[in-house]
Design a protein around this ligand. Structure first.
Ligand code: MGD
Ligand code: MGD
Ligand code: MO
Length: 776
């Protein structure tokens, strides 16, 4: 009997056809105008040979537990029963809590996990660890860490994804759209929590049809869709702040700036102006100054500045631009430049952050409540910046400056990690591998033998979305989507939620964790709670059973798009921003009071640690950019047929200009060694005409595949760029990730060991030694 079942992912809603539990095919949601290229990847991999069939324990950990040799990644795994695995985990959670306290448990598990409001694994982990007495959490994120920390000082506390002009107003009112870092359409395939209708390309098409002019300021021409006919200014990586300063200088020097706007809505322009015009340091930041840093001619910069001053201009800065050393500065400078132009708060004018970065940026944030699982309290207040995990593990007890305070780094003994891939999101993987050997115990739940599973002590097999029931509901979609279970759990895999229910029973807080509800009990409860709030707001979603049977509910749109910062513009006294002054801060007294040389009082050009204009480029003359993949979500589904088909000679492709390739004697498909002082990886050359010479570009997400797993400095064979990236923070303010600041050299690879990322790890079926559980 054939059956169609609807479920969903971060990259779309789809129906899966099955017969007797076997998956036959995938059909995207009928109303989705542009399904993701990899919409069928999950169904295709749900029964993959890399699925983890049952719990496993690293061989020496099973014998010696926390005293085992620190050889994570370098050993065989022993399959064990659920009973044994849970005994080990229970025992270790008790031991670490009793001996070291909850500040020794790291539960700040970062990662996109899967779509769905109940089975979001990092959330269920946090709910569980909070009830166990607490855990050290992460702070910030990899996506827009610098922006999230600087913007509260500049325009006030507001979610970064909401710092955008709505598409509807951009289409109607914008005349000139300036894109720092482009707006590559591949990125709008996804949305955190799930995408229902992919509409970004239609928005850009409508904007184009209205005659909007596009300028793509990016090292890569491909960051703007060809259909936009964008002017391409191939900027040197990490010099956007200098480019914006050059624009600002031209506008101010030619007296085209909006003095009235600056006086009424901003504080600190004079101080910034002194810097801009060179009164403080003798260096005017004019177009010629900017040209020397950015590689774009002074006349082009000055000409663009004049065009921007003459028409309704929207400046969009992509998140990638701030994922770089001193990433706070291009964000602050974006606002400063927009303030100088004076169109902030007018429809289609001012600035946006990350339009195009996901499917939902620029869409109306509806007041539809989302069903939610309460996380519960966490008594431990220590939050460590997400990109500084290696620093935390390597230097416990030391102090890290962070956002105006000194943070004492905790001494972590136990890491519980679910729903993320630390060997994807962390930079400087050699240093990270060293750090990852420090804790006594690392526990991971994973559906597949991914790098985090291979580098754990205890691995529990997790179900995928396809094996459980859930609800999709995100902030900028008008849908609730029922995610129905498609097949029974594969092997012995269990839902993360159920694993923590079992552990909480063993630890004595089962009722507090489950509140007496199972999966369907929670879904019904979460839905009905949200429905009550929705009703108060004038919506009328049906009762749970009707929704569940019908599979989706679309809310009518009762809301108008709001002009970004429009209320502030129309009445800045009543609608003060929640900055210190209530206005836009072009100079911040608060930031100045922190005395950070890497984040001064106003937007400033500060040389990145590595860039093409520095002396380091003599040794490492290529700037490597690692962007989001078009064929997968980060490292998720790298083993799927769509992602595997994107590889070149089995490795992740790295794009080079013809000039850079021929200078190194490289031709298309050649395997190369990409290296710097932090490490080396192998990739396959793709020659393109869309890159600024001196810049190489590749997608993130190739599964980390070291030639000697667990060994620091080992050659990575598959093409994971984080082997060479740096894990320092953007500045002492945000401590954000700086993945886009990295210089490398590239050479032909003569002997390349085979890729083994998609082979099973060594699994030894030897009977384990007798376990001595609970004796401590
Ligand atoms: N070089 C470089 N590095 C980067 C970036 C960059 O631009 N350049 N970008 C950064 C950014 S912006 C981000 S957001 C991060 C993303 O980094 P991550 O979010 O960590 O990456 P994912 O590959 O999405 O990892 C999700 C993991 O969860 C697992 N998983 C999925 N569903 C479930 C589930 O239900 N239960 C359990 N237990 N596990 C599940 C998947 O198998 C996968 O291993 O990467 C960062 N890394
Ligand atoms: N298909 C797909 N879509 C995704 C994701 C995915 O994994 N797959 N991940 C999602 C996530 S978690 C996030 S955070 C967003 C990220 O969204 P973004 O950060 O906007 O995306 P990236 O692809 O990392 O970078 C976009 C472009 O920025 C350019 N760039 C890099 N450095 C510089 C610079 O210094 N100056 C300038 N001007 N340009 C630069 C590069 O050429 C790059 O192609 O994407 C989301 N969308
Ligand atoms: Mo991200």
């Amino acid at each position: 009997m054939k059956k169609m079942t609807q479920t969903a992912s971060h990259w779309g809603v789809f129906n899966v056809e099955t017969a007797n539990g076997e998956i036959l095919g995938t059909t995207p949601f009928s109303r989705d105008p542009r399904p993701a290229s990899y919409v069928g990847s999950l169904p295709e991999t749900v029964r993959h040979e890399l699925r983890i069939e049952r719990p496993h324990v690293r061989e020496s950990y099973l014998r010696h537990r926390e005293k085992a040799p620190r050889n994570r990644g370098g050993e065989a795994f022993v399959p064990v029963s659920w009973e044994v695995a849970l005994d080990l985990i229970e025992d270790e959670l008790r031991r670490v809590k009793d001996r070291y306290g909850n500040e020794a448990i790291y539960g700040g598990s970062y990662g996109w996990a899967s779509a769905g409001r109940l089975h979001h694994s990092p959330s269920v982990l946090k709910r569980f660890l909070g009830l166990h007495g607490g855990y050290v959490d992460k702070a910030g994120n990899h996506s827009f860490g610098a922006a999230a920390h600087i913007m509260p000082y500049v325009i006030g506390d507001r979610d970064v994804p909401s710092q955008s002009v709505p598409f509807s107003e951009m289409i109607e009112h914008t005349k000139l759209f300036i894109m720092f870092g482009g707006t590559a359409l591949k990125n709008s395939q996804i949305d955190a929590g799930g995408t229902v209708l992919h509409t970004v390309d239609a928005c850009f098409a409508a904007a184009k049809a209205r005659g909007i002019r596009f300028v793509n300021i990016s090292p890569s021409r491909d960051d703007a869709a060809a259909s936009l006919g964008a002017e391409w200014l191939p900027i040197r990586p990490n010099t956007d702040t200098a480019f914006m300063l050059g624009l600002a200088h031209t506008i101010v020097a030619e007296d085209r700036h909006d003095r009235a706007f600056l006086a009424r809505y901003c504080v600190g322009f004079e101080r910034f102006e002194n810097y801009l015009l060179g009164r403080t340091d003798g260096v005017p930041k004019d177009a010629s100054w900017a040209a020397a840093l950015t590689g774009i001619s002074a006349s082009t910069i000055a000409d663009l500045a004049r065009r921007m001053a003459e028409t309704r201009t929207l400046i969009n800065t992509s998140w990638s631009v701030q994922r770089a050393d001193h990433g706070e500065q291009p964000v602050w400078m974006t606002v400063t430049l927009a303030a100088i132009l004076g169109k902030i708060g007018l429809p289609g004018g001012g600035f946006s952050l990350g339009l195009g970065a996901t499917n939902s940026i620029g869409m109306t944030c509806l007041d539809i409540p989302r069903p939610k699982l309460p996380l519960g309290p966490n008594p431990i207040r220590t939050h460590v910046p997400v990109g500084r995990v290696a620093e935390m593990l390597l230097n416990p007890g030391t102090e890290l400056q962070y956002n105006g305070k000194a943070l004492k780094l905790p001494d972590i003994k136990l890491i519980y990690s679910v729903g993320g891939n630390p060997f994807h999101h962390n930079a400087n993987l050699n240093r990270f591998v060293e750090a990852w050997q420090r804790p006594d115990t690392i526990i991971v739940h994973e559906p597949w033998w991914t790098p985090p599973a291979r580098f754990a002590d205890i691995v529990l097999p997790a179900t995928t979305t396809m094996e459980r029931n859930d609800i999709l509901a995100t902030e900028r979609t008008s849908f609730y989507i029922a995610m129905h279970k498609v097949i029974e759990p594969v092997g012995q895999s269990r839902n993360d939620f159920d694993v923590f229910a079992e552990l909480s029973a063993r630890l004595g807080f089962h009722d507090a964790y489950t509140c007496g509800r199972n999966e369907m009990g929670w879904l019904r409860h979460m839905y009905e709670e949200a429905r009550k709030i929705a009703q108060e707001r004038g919506y009328s979603p049906p009762p749970f059973d009707t929704f569940w049977a019908e599979g989706s509910y679309e809310f009518p749109s009762l809301q108008q798009d709001e002009t970004f910062l429009g209320a502030f513009r129309s009445d800045p006294e009543t609608n003060r921003l929640d900055t210190q002054s209530g206005k836009i801060e072009l100079t911040s007294a608060l930031i100045e009071s922190f005395n950070y040389d890497d984040c001064p009082a106003h937007a400033t050009w500060i040389e990145p640690a590595e860039w093409l204009g520095s002396g380091k480029a003599d040794k490492y003359p290529i700037h490597l950019l690692s962007h989001q993949p078009s064929v997968r979500l980060h490292s998720q589904l790298d083993m799927s047929p769509v992602s595997r088909a994107s590889k070149l000679n089995g490795r992740e492709p790295i794009s080079l200009s013809y000039e850079d390739a021929s200078a190194r004697g490289l031709t298309e498909g050649d395997l190369v060694r990409v290296y710097n002082d932090r490490g080396a990886f192998i990739a396959a050359v793709k020659i393109v005409d869309s890159l600024r010479p001196g810049v190489a570009q590749m997608a993130t997400g190739a599964w980390y595949d070291p030639s000697e797993p667990g060994k620091v400095g080992s050659l990575e064979k598959h093409g994971n760029p984080n082997v060479v990236t740096d894990d320092r923070g953007t500045s002492q303010l945000a401590q954000g990730s700086i993945a886009q600041t990295v210089l490398v050299e590239i050479e032909k690879c003569m002997v390349a060991p085979p890729v083994t990322a998609f082979d099973l790890p060594t699994i030894t079926e030897l009977p384990p030694p007798p376990l001595d559980i609970g004796s401590r």
